[in-house]
Design a protein around this ligand. Structure first.
Ligand SMILES: [Zn+2]
Length: 416
């Protein structure tokens, strides 16, 4: 010990930095489905990764080393050597100590097409999105492709699930054009069958809280989500999936995974806003992209539960992810939601501020493969808006506005 201390002092005196603190692997979670798997590694701090992919026609393997890392004391005992993944394109995950300071993780696939890796902070997480094919194909696109191929037999092209919409008489049109053509929303609309509604927060995460009125964001978003679900069911135009149908905690990274794995065609995350400036009020909607606007960064930081400083670190993550995201369609979808919510509220209420459509890097939207939006329906920090949010009529009006925005987008009436 004495010698170690002496060496440490010597190094410190020489200005040589001591070895960085060791990271601990706390858990490995996965969301596996036939066409798509998301794996999340929970770590105590940032780690350096060295990775390799071995692709084969049949089967594939992705392995990577977590440097200067060891298992946390509370790491689940049943995940220390192998995790058998029952479903999905991922067969199993193997975990082991490779060297004294290194943990090696191996994914064995029956097939691997494209994969994305990105990291999230506070706490540090590594997320892998792995697709069976090079390009993700949504459920609506599958159904449309099946129709175009003349296989309108009620079976989707892939996955083999019964598809009630596939037998309908729909004019044959080409695949959606690459972004830039004016009719992109209309063309895309042909393939929209299933919407994923994400009520923000839940369980141990209350979101924004208005203590004076005893209101929590998680309760309001769930109620609006359920109301939107009810309206959609009533009209039977779309299948609906809720990321959380009750008051439960769902990690942010699981929500886009739910949307992807269920092959959703649209994804909307519902939130209530808050601001230190108590006079701030109104409706604003976001799509996923980088921003330099301080307020948008602030909103994203709050929703991501991170510091606004680390928002700027997300640029490199986003560059990689946005290449495979439907950015142009997401912007049109977001605009459609924003305009319809505002118009619908203004028909019934005064003083509805339209804060417009903005972009920001939200964790919950990262990796979502369909047009997606995050809507801040009103400010829970504003005296009058909080009172309104407490009333079922106002929440119903918000849900109706969201519904109108979804339908307008699908019908291709969203403005470019
Ligand atoms: Zn929120």
């Amino acid at each position: 010990m004495k010698r170690a201390l002496a060496i440490f002092l010597l190094l410190a005196a020489a200005g040589i930095p001591a070895a960085p603190a060791q990271a601990r692997l706390e858990n490995i979670r996965y969301y596996a489905y036939p066409e798509y798997t998301r794996v999340v590694l929970d770590l105590s701090r940032e780690v350096r990764i060295a990775e390799k992919v071995l692709k084969g026609g049949e089967g594939g393997r992705l392995f990577f080393d977590l440097k200067n890392c060891r298992f946390a004391l509370n790491y689940p005992a049943d995940k220390t050597s192998e995790i058998r993944v029952a479903a999905g394109n991922l067969q199993r995950i193997r975990i082991g100590k490779f060297q004294a300071q290194t943990i090696r993780v191996v994914f064995d696939f029956d097939r691997i097409g494209r994969y994305n890796r990105f990291t999230l902070t506070s706490p540090f997480r590594i997320v892998f999105d792995i697709y069976r094919q090079e390009e993700y194909v949504s459920r609506g696109e599958q159904a449309r492709d099946a129709r175009q191929a003349g296989t309108a037999t009620g079976t989707a092209a892939a996955g083999g699930q019964a598809d009630p919409g596939a037998g309908e008489a729909v004019p044959a049109e080409g695949r959606p054009a690459i972004s830039g053509t004016p009719s992109i929303a209309r063309q895309l609309g042909l393939g929209v069958h299933r919407i994923v509604i994400d009520p923000g927060h839940g369980g141990k995460d209350p979101g924004t809280v208005n203590r004076r009125l005893g209101l929590q964001e998680k309760d309001i978003t769930l109620d609006i989500g359920k109301r939107l679900n009810a309206i959609l069911n009533e009209h039977q135009e779309l299948e609906v999936i809720l990321t959380r149908p009750r008051d439960e905690y769902v990690p942010l990274e699981e929500r886009a995974a739910i949307a992807n794995s269920n092959q959703g065609d649209l994804f909307v995350s519902i939130h209530t806003n808050s601001a230190p400036r108590l006079s701030a009020r109104g409706v604003e909607s976001f799509y996923l992209n980088m921003t330099s606007d301080p307020w948008s960064m602030q909103v994203a930081a709050t929703e991501n539960a991170m510091s606004s400083k680390s928002i700027s670190d997300m640029r490199s993550i986003l560059d990689q992810i946005l290449r495979h995201s439907k950015v142009a369609e997401s912007r049109i979808f977001t605009q459609s939601l924003q305009e319809c919510i505002v118009a619908n509220l203004r028909g019934k209420y005064d003083a509805i501020d339209d804060l417009g459509v903005k972009k920001a890097p939200f964790y919950v939207l990262l990796g979502a493969q369909m047009p997606s939006a995050l809507v801040e329906v009103s400010f829970l920090s504003h005296r009058d808006e909080a009172k309104r949010l407490a009333s079922p009529e106002y929440r119903q009006a918000l849900a109706a506005g969201l519904y109108l925005g979804v339908i307008r987008f699908i019908r291709g009436l969203g403005k470019e």
